[in-house]
Design a protein around this ligand. Structure first.
Ligand code: F6R
Length: 261
């Protein structure tokens, strides 16, 4: 796991966009794993800016989102399908239908989850997965207690996650769905490169556990300690509780630029 502490969200967005740009140069039909929420916004802003300049193209790429609320109407502004379309997909040049999301309105939820796993496999697997992390250590919506071997399935959102996400529902906790479909931890672990972004002091404890805690279902993101290629991009506040922060900073500083993520 590589830990990179950068001055702010904009620098994080630029470094992640560099990695995605290099991937698309090497493999124009790359498969991207897309997170919603606040954490990846600086990455999506930077990618949209580079697209507008003609510096990058997603025309042959495809994408899979991590998760979706269960039961939100198709036109609900907070359905993750609509959020990712607004925040990223509509701002770049993906082909129509190239970005997929779990179906939170499926009648047969286990079948929809199995179909999502099959679609990811049929696309050749995810080349680069963008992740945020919850204050409770979730990735995707794999809440504490999730099986470390889980695949796409329905989950009950933890009370803390519903409280955290109420800000997207005008502060109305009752409007936040109670269930979601999410890629499992094993699904996320199958991605070839994982880029996890965290900013702000509210994420500092989850980041400390992710990087330095014992691997445990209590902090689901810790499974990434077993991933062969995970890059963790942090601002100083999110890095605030790392015991070995100085060592991570020095290690990254000493790397030649061509080795940067
Ligand atoms: C979103 C997702 C979640 C978020 C996490 C952090 O698709 O899977 O794991 O990444 O809840 O959310 P933000 O970035 O809004 O703090």
């Amino acid at each position: 796991m590589e830990i990179v502490v950068l001055p702010d969200a904009q620098s994080i967005g630029a470094l992640a966009a560099d990695a995605i740009g290099r991937l698309l140069q090497r493999k124009p039909d790359a498969v991207l794993g897309l997170a919603t929420g606040s954490s990846p916004l600086a990455i999506y802003d930077e990618l949209a800016r580079r697209r507008a300049e003609g510096a990058i193209s997603f025309a042959r790429a495809s994408g899979f989102t991590l998760d979706e609320y269960v039961g939100l109407p198709v036109d609900h502004p907070q359905s993750y399908r609509n959020v990712i379309d607004k925040d990223f997909v509509s701002r770049v040049d993906f082909a129509p239908d190239a970005v997929h999301a779990p179906d939170g309105l499926a009648q047969d939820i286990p079948a929809a989850c199995a179909a999502y796993e099959s679609a990811i496999a049929a696309a050749g697997g995810v080349d680069l997965q963008i992740l945020g992390i919850g204050t409770d250590g979730h990735i995707g919506f794999n809440e504490p207690g999730s099986s470390l071997a889980s695949r796409t399935r329905i989950k009950t959102l933890a009370p803390q996650t519903r409280i955290d996400n109420a800000r997207f529902f005008e502060g109305n906790l009752g409007a936040v769905p109670t269930h979601c479909l999410t890629q499992g931890l094993a699904t996320i672990m199958s991605a070839r490169h994982v880029v996890l972004v965290a900013t702000g002091s509210g994420k500092a404890e989850a980041v400390h556990q992710l990087v330095e805690g014992a691997v445990s279902a209590l902090w689901p993101a810790t499974i990434l300690q077993h991933h062969p290629h995970t890059t963790v991009l942090l601002d100083p506040a999110a890095a605030g509780r790392l015991q070995l922060a100085d060592y991570y900073r020095e290690t990254y500083r000493a790397k030649p630029a061509w080795q940067h993520i």
